[in-house]
Design a protein around this ligand. Structure first.
Ligand code: G3H
Ligand code: 13P
Ligand code: ZN
Length: 330
């Protein structure tokens, strides 16, 4: 058993309280390897932003659970070495069973998500409560989910989204004891969130996706005032990365994300945590493809992973400063 407090990590409770009061959101960036972790930490130290280091079960399988945990522990020391101590949460993304959540809690995670959103309502309540009861013994915070996002969540693929039903949130939050709630209001996972047919064109000919359902968010805020809300699937899919990828041999077509203004607006509401993974994947891929195309003689991984890390850092700094508003809040 390892307690996260001994690793220098924090849970999300205090961070969400401040984010709610301050009208900003805490970034939850996914990581699977050292370069991503370095980029996240250095960007958040430089912009003085609190951060949630997010680990999916796919990441645990890819990088090894023990290594990831030591990397998060290393992230705390790395931040100090960079000269500014920021609050760092180590969070399990889309936990799908009690055993997985327990395992993460036992090895030093400070926060877990139990994603029972695909289950029938009563089963979601029971599973989420089981995780909360265990997690709270160790002061670990728990995120639950109501409503289904379209796209890929590890092994679960949902073709259609189901918006969160405001009528369910009070009952869910009260009966489970969760610390935050992920909701579905029109975001989805991955880099292909909307088809061009779902979008309209603005005067510059740019595709504009349908707006998020702020009406549902507002109704949820009314039902559970002051309660921290989480938005998954919040990548914006920067078109400059898509263009670079395609220019250098990639084949991404119709990649459309959530406009940053919409996320900025959400961050000023009860949304206290915003999840971003795909944008980082695009930034890294664009940078690596550019090096491969322009310097085909390079074969030292540092020569392409280094630029990828730099691009990621730039992206994360932009997110904390201009989108989530968490810069300067650590
Ligand atoms: O919500 C899913 C995250 O982007 C994690 O993706 O399961 O491929 O690691 P992953
Ligand atoms: P994106 O695919 O939009 O980056 O969403 C990531 C996410 O929700 C991780 O849980
Ligand atoms: Zn997610």
């Amino acid at each position: 058993m390892v307690n996260y407090k001994d690793l220098g990590l924090v849970n999300s409770r205090e961070l969400f309280k401040k984010a709610f009061e301050g009208g900003y959101a805490i970034p939850a960036f996914n990581f699977n390897n050292m370069e991503q972790m370095q980029a996240i930490v250095s960007a958040c130290v430089e912009t003085k932003s609190p951060v949630i280091l997010q680990v999916s079960s796919g990441a645990r399988n890819y990088a090894n659970q023990t290594l990831l945990r030591y990397m998060a522990q290393g992230a705390v020391e790395y931040a100090k070495e960079l000269g500014y101590e920021i609050p760092i949460v180590l969070h399990l993304d889309h936990g799908d069973s009690f055993e997985l959540c327990k395992n993460c809690i036992d090895m030093g995670f400070s926060s877990v998500m139990i994603d029972g959103s695909h289950l029938p309502y009563e089963e979601n309540v029971a599973l989420t409560k089981q995780v909360v009861d265990y997690a709270h013994k160790f002061d670990v915070t728990v995120e639950g989910e109501l409503g289904i996002l379209a796209g890929v969540e590890d092994d679960v693929v949902a073709e259609h989204s189901t918006y969160t039903e405001p009528d369910e949130v009070v009952d869910f939050v009260e009966r489970t004891g969760v610390d935050s709630l992920a909701i579905s209001i029109g975001t989805s996972h991955g880099a292909f969130k909307f088809t061009p047919a779902q979008c309209t064109r603005n005067e510059d000919g740019k595709l504009v996706p349908p707006p998020l359902r702020f009406d549902i968010l507002e109704e949820i805020e009314r039902r559970i005032p002051g309660f921290p809300i989480v938005l998954h699937g919040s990548s914006s899919v920067p078109q400059e990365y898509v263009e670079t990828i395609n220019k250098y041999g990639g084949q991404l077509s119709d990649s459309i994300g959530i406009p940053e203004e919409q996320l900025r607006k959400a961050a000023t509401s009860a949304v206290c945590k915003i999840n971003i993974d795909s944008d980082g994947r695009l930034a890294m891929t664009a940078a690596v493809r550019e090096v491969f195309a322009n310097s085909p003689e390079e074969f030292d991984p540092r020569k392409y992973l280094g630029p990828a890390r730099e691009e990621l850092k730039k992206l994360y700094m932009h997110k904390t400063k201009n989108v989530l508003g968490s810069a300067g809040k650590a």
